[in-house]
Structures are given as C-alpha cells and as structure tokens.
Design a protein around this ligand. Structure first.
Ligand code: LLP
Length: 431
C-alpha cells in the first residue's frame, strides 16, 4: 500500500500502525481521525537528520502547525527538537499551552493584528516573519512599549511559479504575501527594517507553494534568495544569519502520485545553496525549512461508517458516510485526490465505481469521485488514507456537525489527543 504503516491483517481488515481500524472504529466511533505517533516522530527525525547532514550545523526544520494543530503535537515536535511556524494567536496559544519553547517559534501571516503582535511579544516569541510595512511599524512600536528588541525575518517574494494549485501557490510577484524582489519593494523593506527601532533583522523567508513534486522550483527559489542575500550584503553591508526556505514538498496521496525522497531533495537543495553561496561570495546563512504536509500527511487516516448506497441507474453511484466536507473540505475546495477503501473488506474485489458523499446539505459535499470499492453496504467502515495534513486543521462545524476526535496510536499505546465534540460544545458560545 501507499505507506509502510498501512497493511491488511489476518481478518482482511485495514491495519494502521498495526492497529485494526475496524476495531478502532467500533471502540471510538466514527468519523474518527487516527494519527500514527511513531510515523510522526520518524518524519520529524528524518527532517532533522537530513537538514543537519546536508546543510550543516544550525539548520533546523520548523513544523508548519497549520497542517495539523493541537496541544499534544507541539509536545511531540518539541521533544524531537524542531521549531515551529505559527500563523495566528490561536496557534501560538496552543503552543504556549503545550509548553513549547517559543524562542523556536516563527510567527507568519500577511495581516497580524496589534493584538497578535502584543500577545506574541508578551509570551517571548522568537521571531516574526514580517510581511509588510504596516506590520513592521506596529512590531517596532509594540516591542518598544515592552522594552523588547524583537528578532524578525522579512518575507520575500521570489517570483516563482511552481505549477501547483493556484489556491496554494504563494511565491509569485502578484501574491498577497511578502515583498517582491522584482519590484524593488523587498529592498525598501530591508532599509526600513534596518533603520527601525526595537527590531533586529536576522534574515529572510520565502515560501513558494504547496504540494510541489519537483525539486527544481526549490533550487530556483534558493538561487533567487541567495542572489538577494548577496545584493543586500553589497548595498547595506548586512550579513544574513537566517534563510528560511519555507515548506511545500509534495505528498503521495494516491498510487498515481510520485514518491518524493525528502533526504535526496534536501541534499540537492543544500548542494545548490552551498554552490551559490560560494559564487556570490556570501557566508552560508543558517537554513530553516517549514515542512507541514510532508511531516503529517502520511501519519493520518480518517475512518467513517457507510450509511446509504444510492445507485442512480447507469449515471452514478453515491456512497454516503457519517462525515464529509466539515472534517475534510479538500476535495470540495481543491479537487484533491485521495485513496479510499473499505477497511472491513480490504481484500475484496473493488468493482463498484462510486462517489463518496458527505452528509451535509449541499451537493458539493464530496470526499472523492470515481472511487472503486467492493459494493459497500450500510455499516461498513470506510477509510480515507493520508488525511494527516489539512483535514483536522481545516475542519468546521458546518451544518452543526461536531468535529471528530483525534486518536493517537503507536507502539506505546493509544490515546485521545482531541476528544470528540459534543452537542453541548456546539452551543457553548451561544447566548
Ligand atoms: N510555510 C508557509 C509560510 C506556508 O504558508 C505553508 C503553507 C507552509 C510553510 C507549509 O507548507 P506544506 O509543507 O504543508 O506544503 N490548505 C491547503 C494548503 C495550504 C498551505 C498554506 N501554506 C491544502 O489543504 O492543500
């Protein structure tokens, strides 16, 4: 199957991290997110080792929390020695609750409010990744009020089109994020940062997009960023200490997707970076990366129970499940591909073509179309694979559907990381 944590056991059931998924569905109910804790640690280790090995001392992966965010995940990544990228005070609050060392946290986003900035500074945030001029001024002012010298990176737009879905592409000149080199705005931001009070410019950041399978766009981005680093050294005698190359490595969701060797990709980017630093005559900055999806996607699956099976003549077959776009909006939003299977009949012939429909009151509530399954029946357990990234973190209560629980499983046992929402939870904030 797609990953080593997915197997079929003697009962013909899908096993995940060695756990019988049909048993998990019975024990904890569905819909249910299941996360393989050991795989998560393995992925973190792989990034830490690869970055240390190829970029050398001081290089560090920052886990992009937006991919999957709850208290326990910050504890796990902190223990692994990773930093984190956060994009809101809510993520920061979660990290604080987890006791995450905030000196290793980088606060992103194109519109941090004064309240965000104040909250982060009060809690000893390591770095802001500054997006724009207004934000730079606000950080300077608020840091001044707290008597803090605040470390920052500047978000730079390298002008790269990595051929991914346009909703998750971020590095082109017309992006809402950062300041473009091409227009000269990036240099103006450097000048402002260098003359700003209570601000310490440490380096630069770029992120070109998500779900990128080729290595070339990352090398191109590194090229452009190092050219910028060299120009900034020439113009302002500024030494770049940190260069953050963002996230974006693609993930295999289906058999059709290519497999990415992260270690090999990092090796390629690193040799590129080293070569360019020599050519440009700049010291190699400490390199940071921000993997989100490629750390957590293959650590997760979602389990559902089949309800109705509707055969509309020759036209279409719908298999409805007890979840849908509120727990996984990615097909509705981006047409994202997923691998779907019947967990309790994992070895049966899949000869029934169908669309997997959620239970929301709208036609676009689909998890996937054109799926081949053994003809499902009410009560079957349906598994959607590789849902660790951007599923729980993008979940909503649309149609007042409570969010599923997040269950961690691994060699050390099983435990609930986030409990299932109740109906009371749904009205907790209502007056
Ligand atoms: N760093 C920055 C500044 C980012 O904006 C992102 C993702 C990442 C790192 C992590 O990228 P990753 O390694 O996960 O590709 N909701 C969309 C994905 C949006 C990604 C936004 N930024 C989806 O479900 O595909």
């Amino acid at each position: 199957m797609l990953y080593s944590n997915l197997t079929v056991n003697e009962q013909g059931h899908l096993a995940f991290a060695g756990y019988d998924t049909v048993e998990l569905a019975k024990k904890y109910g569905t819909a249910l997110y299941v996360i393989d804790e050991d795989k998560l640690r393995e992925n973190c280790r792989m990034y830490i080792d690869a970055m240390e090995k190829h970029f050398g001392g001081g290089a560090m992966p920052l886990y992009a929390s937006k991919a999957l965010c709850f208290t326990e995940i910050y504890r796990i990544i902190a223990k692994c020695g990773m930093g984190t990228d956060i994009v809101s005070s809510g993520e920061l609050y979660t990290a604080v609750k987890a006791g995450f060392p905030l000196e290793k946290a980088f606060f992103h986003g194109n519109n941090k409010t004064d309240a965000d900035i104040e909250y982060a500074i009060k809690n000893g945030l390591g770095y802001f990744v500054v997006d724009n001029e207004e934000e730079l001024d606000a950080i300077s002012e608020i840091a001044g009020a707290y008597g803090v010298m605040q470390k920052i990176l500047l978000r730079i737009t390298p002008g790269i089109d990595p051929h991914t879905h346009k909703a998750i592409m971020t590095g082109s000149v017309d992006s809402k994020f950062g300041s473009a080199i091409e227009t000269g705005r990036a240099y103006e931001m450097v000048e402002m940062a260098l003359s700003g009070s209570n601000i310490v410019l440490k380096g630069f950041h770029c992120h070109i997009g998500s779900q990128i399978f080729e290595c070339d766009p990352f090398c191109d981005a590194a090229d452009i960023m190092l050219g910028f680093v060299a120009e900034v050294k020439k113009r302002y005698s500024f030494k770049t200490e940190l260069l953050n190359l963002g996230g974006g490595f693609g993930v295999r969701y289906t058999e059709e997707d290519p497999y990415i060797d992260i270690d090999a990709n990092i090796a390629q980017v690193a040799s590129h970076v080293k070569k360019r630093c020599e050519e440009f005559g700049v010291d190699m900055p400490k390199i940071l990366m921000e993997p989100g999806r490629s750390i957590v996607a293959n650590t997760g699956i979602t389990l559902y129970t089949v309800g109705s099976v509707k055969e509309i003549g020759e036209l279409k077959n719908y298999v409805s499940i007890d979840g849908g776009m509120p727990d996984n909006p990615r097909y509705a939003l981006y047409g994202s591909a997923y691998t779907v299977m019947l967990a309790n009949r994992a070895e049966e012939k899949a000869d029934f073509k169908c669309s997997i429909a959620g239970r929301c009151c709208e036609s676009g509530d689909l998890i996937q179309e054109g799926v081949m399954l053994p003809r499902p029946k009410r009560g079957d357990t349906l598994a959607v694979l590789v849902t660790g990234a951007y599923n729980y973190s993008m979940a909503s209560n649309y149609n007042k559907i409570p969010r599923p629980a997040v269950l961690l499983v691994g060699k050390s046992g099983e435990r609930i990381a986030v409990r299932r929402e109740t109906f009371e939870d749904l009205c907790l904030l209502d007056n």
